[in-house]
Ligand binder design. Sequence first.
Ligand code: ADP
Length: 655
Amino acid sequence: MQLIPRSATPPNLRWFLALPKFGIVLLIAAVIALLWLLHQNELEEERAALIKDVLWLEQNLRFQLSGNEERLQQLAADLATSKEPATLFRLRAKHLLNIHPEISQIAWLDAKRHEIDALPSGRLSHKDSASTTADSRQTAFETAQRLGKAVYGEPLQLEPNTSHIEITLPIYVDRNFIGALVASYPLQSLLNGQVPWWFAEKYQVIIVDDNDTQYAAKSNIKGTPSLFYELVFEPPGRGLKLRVTSYKSAVNPLQRLLAIAIIALAIGVFWSLWIVRDLMKKRSQTEQALRAEHAFRTAMEDSLTVGMRARDLEGRIIYVNPSFCKMTGFNQEELVDAAPPMPYWVPEQLDETYALHQAVLAGNAPKDGFEITFRRKNGEHFDVLIYEAKLIDGDGRHTGWMASVLDISERKRASELARQQQEQLQFTARLVTMGEMASTLAHELNQPLAAIASYNSGCLNLMNSADCKADEIRPAMEKIGIQAQRAGKIIRRVHDFVRKSEPKRAPCQIAEVIDDCLGFIEADARKRQVHIECIVAKSPEILADRLMLEQVLLNLMRNAMDAMANTAEADRRLEINVLARPDELEIMVSDRGCGIAEEIRDKLFTAFFSTKPEGMGIGLSVCRSIIEFHRGRLWAEENPAGGTTFHITLPVEEA
Ligand code: ADP
């Protein structure tokens, strides 16, 4: 009976379990890589946009400054040729300042760098500048004169907190240097004017030099910088750089949510996989335990010598163990699924067997088991003892009947043999008793025969006389009849006693049994000068084999007389008492004999134990087995008056 489905063996299962785990790890890695790539892509795009924007800004500034330079160049050229240069300067400078607010001042200097005019005047005076400022302005002035073209000076701190950059443009008349025009750009104003608002929303723009000194900055945002890009700020050059920094834009919440969801889902899948793995592990352990249990059970069932047979509620066989198969000679395939009549039923007893089968299915099987005869496949009959029990499944449902079947044919044969041997022994014991009593019985038989002979010769004499009357002969003839009956009774009793018959329990009166025994023993007792006293209480009938009881009592009485062989004649008393109790009878056979020595008391009832030279020693052992057969007890006690008392108890049963 296959109870457990075969499943993957543990190493395979481990591989099987590892695969999805491996897959999930790969999936998580792929998801993380994807997110990282997306992030990198974003950064790249951000960087490209930054560069593009920075280049655009730089171009814008360059365009603006170059345009301004050209216009100032034009003004310088016009001043050189103008008849009224003062008016021209004022007019054109004012116009320039108006349309280019990033220029804070335009100054007109002569060849000695003295200010001729300035718009707005005075604010960024070229006269009373600090010495470093003056030096740097001087250098720029001289360079412009020497090169004959516009020159940007170094950044100057002309007003508090505001750095300026100045462009110096030389003025020539017929190759004679007559002065220069100087225009100032406050760097902050330059950024304010030239960096559009949308640019400032995205980036921070600062102007720095090589030493990272900051000159101007513009930005509308705050936060953590992420990327920056630097470009040489040319014109004006002078080591100035434009640094544009982008700020981390707020991450799209949907994107973040998506990333979190993906990671959470991956973790969830991993976790559930872990749980499944745990469950499968537990399942595999349980299966392992079940397999071990199954193997153990199978080994146990296979080694059982008791046959096991399970039937469903309809009586169909669902399981038989190897022992049952061995017992019946049929194999599992032939028995499982078999329905009544079963192949091992005895064909001659089909009806009884079927009735028993029905009783079992109805739940009426005897609790102490029942005996039945089965037939082996080879036709041999054998007796079995069957115990039936309910078959209960895992849910507590009654699904059939389980029987343990014991082959008792061998045991029965042995007990039958023992019984026959015991019977034989009893019979032998009876023959022995009878043999021992033969001379007494012959003597007893001799008396009626002698009487018959003498009555017979008396009758013959009477008949010989001439006046013989029938009435004279009659009494003698009657006595002959009586004596013949007496002799016949003796012979019948002997015949009855040695007759071989099956033990048969029938209701009988103990007084009658004792009477019969006395009939046997009286002659012997007379011979041995033993006085017999018999007190029998009124007692109910008991169920017993009369002959067997006689054998017991006779044996005890003869033993008692044997024991009194050396007792003084006057004391040779054999007492037989019968006590009646509600549930049992007690019979006591007492003598005044030699008693039983302590050392032989234990061996008394052992077969073939005798202290007598010609004794066989089977008497008491047979007596005990007979009494036990009658469910009674036999034991010996000391007689308080001297000698021994043998006690017998017999249960009083309803006939
Ligand atoms: P057997 O009479 O052939 O010896 P039994 O089995 O009847 O065999 O008795 C066994 C022995 O028990 C006797 O040999 C005797 O020693 C002892 N025995 C039996 N009955 C008595 C008795 N009433 N008094 C003393 N000894 C007894």
